[in-house]
Structures are given as structure tokens and as C-alpha cells.
Design a binder for this molecule. Structure first.
Ligand SMILES: [Zn+2]
Length: 443
């Protein structure tokens, strides 16, 4: 009991190592968790009132006295839109930043989120904690195929393995064959990365030689159940999903061994579902609780989700996000890439004189591949030349989309239709049509 108390204290102060956390986390009553969350919120709000230009302005505008805030309900008048962070990032910054990560998007529209090294360090503790939940130990050998280019998951997972004191090969996002060829040499038994990359890797193992793994950990884009099952079969282990993002400083939460929802890190954040519909699905709002550099209050992350506080079979006391139901507005994910499809193609097609300004993108599944098909309007004679121009423009103006296409993360198709045929008589043209979720349901 004495050790538990000591470990609990360390946990609450974020000073415990993964094993200590793991040993006590199931024993924490939800009431203790909520009390800690509330105390942290009160502290975070006062800090914002003192240091954050943006939130000082918000408190004044909405008549909120930061000293009187006792719970998230007292902040109901505030909602921080995405746009505010894109347009005024430095108004959110409260102390000298030591590291920054960006969300991908079209040129110049990336969100830039600043952190201190301490914040990154704390976030990695939670990833390391999830390793222990899966029964992994420092003797296991990881490969990290997350992107290191401005994006958060590469660095975070690398540091988490460092904290876990395990071997970790920093592959970054490369062609799956490069990873496959090294699995045996480095005796890798844990795969980490984007689902679309890992699905390609799985196919390689399936076609060549199946190399048994102990666990596969993925996040950052949806993984349909049938592909999860396929991966589990080929690697002979469980595939665990995490949910996160740049604003969460990596992981918002991860699955436990029951693979039933993402256990949230409620010591460091409050996650709310705004105006849930009859199925409980609504926009996800994030409030940070221990941020020093760029705290966020009721920040609209742009995801739709459903949440439960029902206790999981594993015993952990945290709330769980049960489902990410997609992205609000035009933001989309395909082939391990987070992007604004309409904005991106608006820009890149603007540099191709042979096409009209109307286009439609369709995202769908074909076997294990995600397809993004572009329907564009053109009456030029040589369509090969037009399509080469589109790909060249993609390479120049949307390098992320191009890179993922080259890495075979998704298949890109182009279909030419006559000018003015896409819109027909409609005033509005739906330029992004994503039927992947519907296909999953129909299967
Ligand atoms: Zn659980």
C-alpha cells in the first residue's frame, strides 16, 4: 500500500516512470482523477490569464473572471477556433518555445504549435506507459516509421522508446520495402507507424516471408477493422490504435489490450464532445491542463467523435473516445496524410491552364488500397500531357500529397470529363466525396 501511495504521488506529479505508472493507474478511482483534473484546470486558466494574450482577450470579451473558474463548465462561452491558431500563433505562446510541430496542410496554412522540452517529455511518458499496457518490455525492438518532417509522431515515438530504454530504429516514412528488408537484421518485433504504410508492409510480409511480431502500434489515420484483422493475421499479434494530433502534443489516447476505444490522458487534458447528436457524436474540444508554452482552452480540433466514461474491462479509470467519426469541414486523411483536399487541389490545378476550375475528388477503397480519383474538366487534345502537368503541379505545390502518392500510400487516378459537365445545373459542386466509411459499413 505504501508503494502504491508513493507511486500515485509520483504519477500525479508526472515524475513516475512507465512501470510505476502502470502499477498504479488501474487503482486510481475516477473521483481522484476528476479532482486532479479540476485542480489542474484552475491552475491552467490562471496561467492563461497571466501569460496568454489571446486568452486574456477572450476572458475579457466573455466576462469571465479567471479567478472564479472552478470547472470546464465556467468556460462554456469560450471556443477556440482552428483559425485563431493559424492566424495568431504567437498570441497563444506564454513562454519561450523550445520545439515546434506543424500539422500538414496546403502551403502556408500549416498550424504551428509550440512546446517546451518538458511538455514533449511528459507526452512521451504516456506513450511509454502504453507500451507497458501491451506487455512490451525494454528488451523489445521497435521500428519507428512515423514521419519526422515537422510532424509530431516521429519525434515523440522515438523519445518514448528512449524513455522506455528499448532499441528503436528511426526509419521515418520511407518506402515500405526499405523497412521490410531490415526487420530481420535488427530483430524488430514491434512495428510503429501510419496504417497505410503498415498495410503495405503487411502485404510484403504476406507475399514474401511472414516475420512474427509482438505488437503493431499505429495512429494518425483511420484503420478499418478488416485491415486490422488482416494485419493481425499476417504478423501474428495484436494491432493497437492510438488517437492524437499535433495540438495534443502527440497522443490524446490509445487503446488498451481490449481494443475498445482510446483511453484518454485526462491528467493533461479535458476532452469534450460539443453538441452531440442522437448517436453521441459531436465536435471534439480540447482543453490542455499542464501546458506552459501554448495552452489551449476548448480548442476545436476539427475531429468528430463519441466518448464514454463507462469503465473499461481493463480497469483503467479514464474516459474513452469510442469512435472518431471523421473530420469537420474539408479536412481529410488519405494514405497517412492529413490534408485539405479542396484547398490543395484548388491551388495545384490553378497552375494547369488546360483544365477548368471545377473538379471533384473521390476517395474510396479498392481492396486494401485507398484510391483518390480526380475528375477534372478539359477539352485539350492530348490528355497524357494534361495529366503529366497535373502531377508536376502536385509535386511543386502540394509536395506532401505527391510524396505520399510516390510512396504508394494511396493510388491516385485521373479522369477527364468535358468542361461544365461536373457541375451540370447545380450551383454548388461537392468537390470532395469520401465514401470510404460507407463502404466499410456495407461490407
Ligand atoms: Zn481498457
Amino acid at each position: 500500500m505504501k508503494t502504491i501511495k508513493k507511486n500515485l504521488k509520483k504519477y500525479l506529479r508526472h515524475k513516475a516512470g512507465p512501470e510505476q505508472i502502470s502499477a498504479v493507474s488501474r487503482l486510481i478511482p475516477r473521483s481522484v482523477l476528476l479532482k486532479t483534473q479540476r485542480d489542474n484546470l484552475i491552475r491552467q486558466v490562471r496561467y492563461c490569464a497571466e501569460k496568454s494574450a489571446y486568452y486574456r482577450e477572450q476572458f475579457a470579451e466573455h466576462g469571465i473572471d479567471p479567478l472564479k473558474v472552478r470547472g470546464i463548465e465556467d468556460l462554456a462561452a469560450i471556443e477556440t477556433p482552428n483559425k485563431a491558431v493559424v492566424e495568431r500563433p504567437y498570441d497563444f505562446v506564454c513562454c519561450p518555445p523550445q520545439i515546434a510541430f506543424e500539422t500538414t496542410g496546403t502551403k502556408g496554412r500549416n498550424k504551428k504549435i509550440f512546446f517546451t522540452n518538458g511538455e514533449v517529455n511528459r507526452a512521451t511518458s504516456h506513450i511509454a506507459l502504453s507500451f507497458t499496457l501491451y506487455g512490451l518490455t525494454p528488451a523489445d525492438r521497435f521500428v519507428n516509421s512515423y514521419n519526422f518532417s515537422f510532424w509530431v509522431p516521429g519525434v515523440l515515438h522515438q523519445k518514448a522508446c528512449e524513455k522506455f530504454e528499448a532499441f528503436c530504429l528511426p526509419a521515418s516514412k520511407v518506402a515500405p520495402a526499405e523497412i521490410y528488408d531490415r526487420l530481420e537484421f535488427y530483430k524488430i518485433n514491434v512495428l510503429m507507424g501510419y496504417p497505410s504504410l503498415l498495410v503495405r508492409l503487411t502485404e510484403m510480409a504476406d507475399a514474401n516471408k511472414r516475420i512474427p511480431m509482438k505488437a503493431v502500434l499505429c495512429s494518425s489515420e483511420p484503420l478499418p477493422e478488416r485491415l486490422r484483422e488482416y494485419m493481425q493475421e499476417v504478423w501474428g499479434c495484436k494491432v493497437y490504435m492510438g488517437y492524437g494530433g499535433t495540438e495534443y502534443c502527440g497522443g490524446a489516447g490509445g487503446e488498451c489490450i481490449h481494443q475498445n476505444g482510446y483511453h484518454l490522458n485526462e491528467m493533461d487534458q479535458i476532452v469534450e464532445i460539443k453538441d452531440p447528436d442522437e448517436n453521441g457524436i459531436g465536435e471534439i474540444l480540447l482543453t490542455t491542463l499542464n501546458r506552459e508554452c501554448m495552452p489551449l482552452i476548448r480548442y476545436n480540433i476539427g475531429d468528430l467523435g463519441r466518448m464514454t466514461t463507462e469503465r473499461c474491462k481493463c480497469g483503467l479509470p479514464t474516459a474513452r473516445i469510442m469512435e472518431i467519426a471523421g473530420r469537420r469541414d474539408e479536412k481529410a486523411t488519405i494514405g497517412s496524410m492529413d490534408f485539405l483536399p479542396v484547398k490543395a487541389f484548388d491551388e495545384l490545378l490553378g497552375h494547369v491552364p488546360q483544365v477548368t476550375e471545377d473538379f471533384q475528388l473521390k476517395a474510396y477503397w479498392e481492396g486494401r488500397y485507398q484510391i483518390m480519383e480526380l475528375f477534372y474538366e478539359s477539352d485539350a487534345g492530348d490528355q497524357d500531357q494534361v495529366q503529366n502537368a497535373i502531377v508536376a503541379s502536385m509535386k511543386e505545390y502540394s509536395p506532401d500529397i505527391y510524396k505520399n502518392y510516390m510512396l504508394d500510400m494511396y493510388k491516385f487516378r485521373m479522369t477527364c470529363v468535358p468542361p461544365r459537365s461536373l457541375r451540370g445545373d447545380n450551383v454548388k459542386l461537392n468537390r470532395w466525396v469520401d465514401i470510404r466509411r460507407q463502404q466499410e459499413k456495407d461490407m
